[in-house]
Design a binder for this molecule. Structure first.
Ligand code: AMP
Ligand code: ZN
Ligand code: ZN
Length: 409
């Protein structure tokens, strides 16, 4: 027995040493990756949108590349959290961007998606996004509107990046990426990332089942077709891996059961409540979490829970940024907290394992299988995949390459 454990120990040490050597080798190598990686995120594009609309481009990518059944987001299934998870391979509690808006209890600082100074402040962002992993290993990256890309993280930023600006037309965003790729070999970035929000916008405004949503899906499919055409016009098009993915799905909002949290949560109990339609975080004053919790018990359509008591699969016990009490909508109920905004017709943000929260993963290019129907994938694994495509050594992350490796040749 002792002998067996000694052998296992030696094997383990050998494996660790081999892995260390591999990482050292990658970090010190001078050669460029063979291929280029282009990632397009279509915000809120649900796993089944291809099946409810006429989408020749996505059909063709599916036929000639990979389509996964779905791409499961991490909890909470919100935009900022999941874009930064895709970039880092970390759960929200580890990368710190736990919602589009949240508070850091120790300093009472508020992170808000609409505050330009805040979203560009590197100290909110933990972990290592893929463009930092790339740049720190001498691989150039260009990013057109991705959460975190305009902050200096670990001393790095992409070679080129553009801050989020809803007024920049989608074609122009694609044209910029193509322009940034159309440079001489020695200046050419190996990683390009681009973001388009239209499917999320229409999903919120009119709901996932609206005929207008179908029309938008078709328009976005044409836009992806335009992107493919432009990529195909580049001299090195045969070396481009193109990934189209999304951050989460969308579900019809239950507008009949609006939960106005201010009716239950007394201001004296909380520093604040930050509400994102289908999920809220209550940041409680000392000793008040139980009062908040019991006031919310039995309220129709929501489940309130001490953050520390939420199931482990949500991965939020380590993050005070998610408040003391987390309030989840059970089935699309809209939560509000002293806000007068018009109610959405579609929501996301609650349980990430709800199948309706599944996003998309399509991929085509020299490293991907052809006509491959992948099972459900997990967006936490995408960072590892990107590192593999770029032939760079990943930073520490929560992903599992083995779960996503099946998409590669
Ligand atoms: P939500 O649906 O609330 O999770 O957020 C989606 C919205 O976030 C989009 O419609 C954009 O308006 C906004 N958004 C997306 N990316 C960024 C970014 N990098 N910076 C600021 N706002 C963004
Ligand atoms: Zn989103
Ligand atoms: Zn949204």
């Amino acid at each position: 027995m002792k002998r067996l454990s000694l052998i296992l120990f030696v094997v383990f040490i050998a494996l660790v040493a081999a892995q260390d050597a591999y990482v050292r080798h990658l970090r010190s190598r001078k050669v460029e990756p063979r291929n280029y990686t282009v990632v397009l995120s279509l915000d809120g594009f649900r796993f089944d949108y291809q099946d409810i609309a006429n989408t020749p481009t996505l059909d063709s990518i599916q036929k000639n590349g990979v389509r996964a059944v779905g791409l499961q987001p991490v909890f909470p299934s919100l935009t900022f959290t999941n874009h930064y998870t895709i970039a880092t391979g970390l759960y929200a509690e580890n990368h710190g961007i736990v919602a589009n808006n949240f508070m850091i209890p120790s300093t009472k600082q508020i992170y808000s998606k609409s505050d330009k100074d805040i979203v560009t402040d590197g100290h909110f962002y933990n972990g290592e996004p893929i463009w930092v992993t790339a740049e720190s290993q001498h691989i150039k990256s260009v990013v057109n509107m991705w959460v975190g890309a305009d902050a200096v993280i670990k001393g790095y930023r992409p070679t080129i990046s553009r801050p989020y600006n809803a007024n920049v037309p989608y074609r122009a965003r694609i044209d910029s990426v193509i322009k940034w790729l159309s440079v001489n070999y020695d200046k050419r970035p190996h990683l390009a990332m681009c973001y388009i929000e239209e499917t999320d916008n229409v999903g919120h405004k009119l709901g996932p089942d609206s005929p207008t949503t179908v029309a938008v899906i078709e328009a976005i499919d044409r836009l992806v077709g335009y992107f493919c055409q432009q990529l195909a016009s580049l001299s090195f098009c045969d070396s481009i891996n193109f990934i189209v993915l999304s951050d989460h799905g969308m579900m019809t909002a239950d507008k009949q059961n609006v939960v106005s949290l201010e009716k239950y949560v007394r201001p004296a109990w909380v520093d604040t409540v930050i509400c994102s339609s289908a999920i809220s975080f209550a940041y409680c004053k000392k000793g008040c979490a139980d009062s908040v919790l019991s006031a919310l018990q039995g309220v129709n359509g929501i489940t309130a829970c001490l953050r520390a008591d939420l199931p482990e699969r949500f991965h939020c016990s380590q993050s005070a940024r998610m408040g003391d009490v987390v309030i989840l909508s059970d089935n699309g109920q809209v939560q509000t907290y002293n806000n007068k905004r018009s109610l959405p017709a579609g929501v996301h943000g609650s349980d990430n394992a709800n199948p309706l929260m599944n996003g998309i993963f399509y991929a085509i290019g020299p490293d991907f299988k052809t006509g491959y129907a992948a099972p459900q994938l997990y967006n936490i694994d995408v960072y590892e995949l990107l590192c593999r495509l770029l032939e760079i050594a990943p930073a520490h992350n929560d992903g599992h390459f083995e779960r996503i490796e099946c998409v590669l040749k």
